[in-house]
Design a protein around this ligand. Structure first.
Ligand code: DOR
Ligand code: ZN
Length: 458
């Protein structure tokens, strides 16, 4: 019998615990929302046991890129529906983007958003602030309120936020560096993509593929090169969201070889869909940056295999069912839901040998928590939050949009065969999802980045 100094609330037994660097058959003891111990033979008489025999236990996924649409666009999604979807997808922490109405670009707006959403979340959440065309004076204030980092839209997307010019970008990078927080970038050159878009529109094109043609790879390459160059000079921690092209990845590798430090993310959508999806799904798969030809998809998978890609995220970007059915590409919105389907799709890829479950943990939990300095997340280890997901890695099923938890459940993955399913999700020791059902009330909390004391004191 294990010698606990304090008795656990419950013990998960019989599972294979998968971490970023291996898997072991071990028990997990939980107390007060934290992991008390991980080891052999922790089951103890009189202590409730969760029998997970035959299942894998993974750290709860940390999705650094979701759009839950509060405030201002709750017809698309809200914090309750979006975080229910997260719970059902084994995602225990989401970090929400600031391109809302109004955008989260001032400390006051940040405070209002936190107030608005704080009691609605079923999983833990962080909030980004935005770097806009003239708000470097607001960065420190948002940081003090707990901003996880800052999103910089170099290219225009949902919300119609004015993209900052290079001087504003540089001032924003300096302010973020002073606050010791990561700047995450949507790296597309706005002037170029507007010009190409206008040309295609003027030529009479309205079809979904025009979106891809209007955002060629070099638009991403140029923005990546410019932002990496500026971030190094400003001393800012830089992350590139949704890198989508082979050429963009090559440029990042060149820049890293020159000593620039930057992390990169690929989206589930850019890994699982190629440009044939425009023919099947039309504007539902309109995404910024766009779904690319198969050669780009292959390059991103190769980047994952080599360890060059740091993070996989969803860019969960809900729109209403009507909006997703729009047939004119210029009227259609970019993005679609994804937070609930990430883990089943990645488990299916793992079953096919495209990556390992350890890779999934590294890319979707361990590295995100490490990169954004989120204490207590991303690992199953003593002292960490008891955020974990029980998965059945061999369960065969068919993805059904009707079973999803978002406000609007249209998804390009409807009908896809799956190997691997989410059985149950725990957030800080609380069962929040089990076998199709959301359990209990929203008790998600805001997560904060751990900042260097020197930066906090400034
Ligand atoms: O397609 C996209 N949709 N890309 C983005 O960068 C933003 C997102 C949204 O908010 O709808
Ligand atoms: Zn996004």
């Amino acid at each position: 019998m294990p010698a606990f100094t304090t008795a656990p609330d419950f013990v998960v037994t019989g599972a294979t615990v998968v971490s970023h660097d291996g898997r072991r058959h071990q028990d997990i003891a939980v107390r007060d929302g934290r992991i008390l111990a991980v080891g052999d033979g922790l089951a103890t008489e009189g202590i409730p046991a969760v029998d997970a025999t035959g299942l894998m236990v993974l750290p709860g996924l940390v999705d650094m890129h979701v759009h839950l649409r509060e405030p201002g666009m709750t017809e698309k999604e809200d914090f309750a529906s979006g975080t229910r979807a997260a719970a059902a997808g084994g995602v225990t922490t989401v970090v929400d983007m600031p391109n809302t109405k109004p955008p989260v670009a001032t400390a006051e707006r940040y405070r209002q958003k936190l107030e608005l959403v704080r009691n609605k979340a079923y999983v833990d959440f962080g909030l980004y602030g935005m770097i806009d065309h003239d708000n470097d004076g607001e960065i420190a204030g948002m940081a003090e309120l707990g901003a996880m980092g800052f999103k910089l839209f170099m290219g225009q997307t949902t919300g119609d936020n004015r993209c900052p010019n290079d001087a504003a970008i540089f001032r924003g990078l300096e302010a973020a560096a002073a606050a010791d927080l990561v700047v995450g970038v949507h790296a597309e050159n706005d002037h170029l993509l507007r010009m190409f878009g206008d040309r295609l529109r003027d030529s009479g094109r309205k079809d979904p593929r025009a979106h891809l043609e209007g955002r060629p790879a070099f638009v991403e390459v140029e923005a990546v090169t410019r932002i990496v160059t500026m971030a190094t000079e400003a001393g800012a921690k830089l992350h590139i969201h949704h890198l989508s092209t082979a050429a963009g990845l090559r440029r990042v590798m060149d820049l890293r070889a020159q000593g620039h430090r930057v992390t990169i993310e690929t989206l589930v959508a850019h890994l699982f869909l190629d440009d044939t999806a425009y023919d099947t799904h039309g504007n539902l798969v309109k995404l910024n940056p766009p779904i690319r030809p198969a050669a780009d998809v292959d390059a991103l998978w190769a980047g994952i295999a080599r360890g060059d890609v740091d993070i996989i995220a969803t860019d969960h970007a809900p729109h209403t069912a009507d909006e997703q059915a729009e047939t004119d590409v210029w009227q259609a919105y970019g993005g679609f839901i994804g937070v609930e389907t990430m883990l089943p799709l990645l488990l299916t890829a793992a079953a096919q040998g495209k990556l390992t479950v350890e890779d999934i943990v590294r890319l979707c939990a361990y590295r995100p928590a490490q990169r954004w300095s989120i204490a207590g997340k991303g690992q199953i280890a003593a002292g960490y939050d008891a955020d974990f997901v029980l998965v059945d890695p061999t369960a065969e099923s068919t993805l059904d949009a009707a079973s999803l938890h978002s406000k609007h459940t249209v998804t390009p993955y409807h009908g896809w065969p799956l190997t691997g399913s989410v059985v149950a999700t725990y957030v800080r020791g609380r069962l929040v999802y089990e076998k199709g059902e959301i359990i209990g009330e929203p008790t998600g909390r805001q997560v904060l980045p751990v900042r260097e004391p020197a930066a906090v004191a400034r």
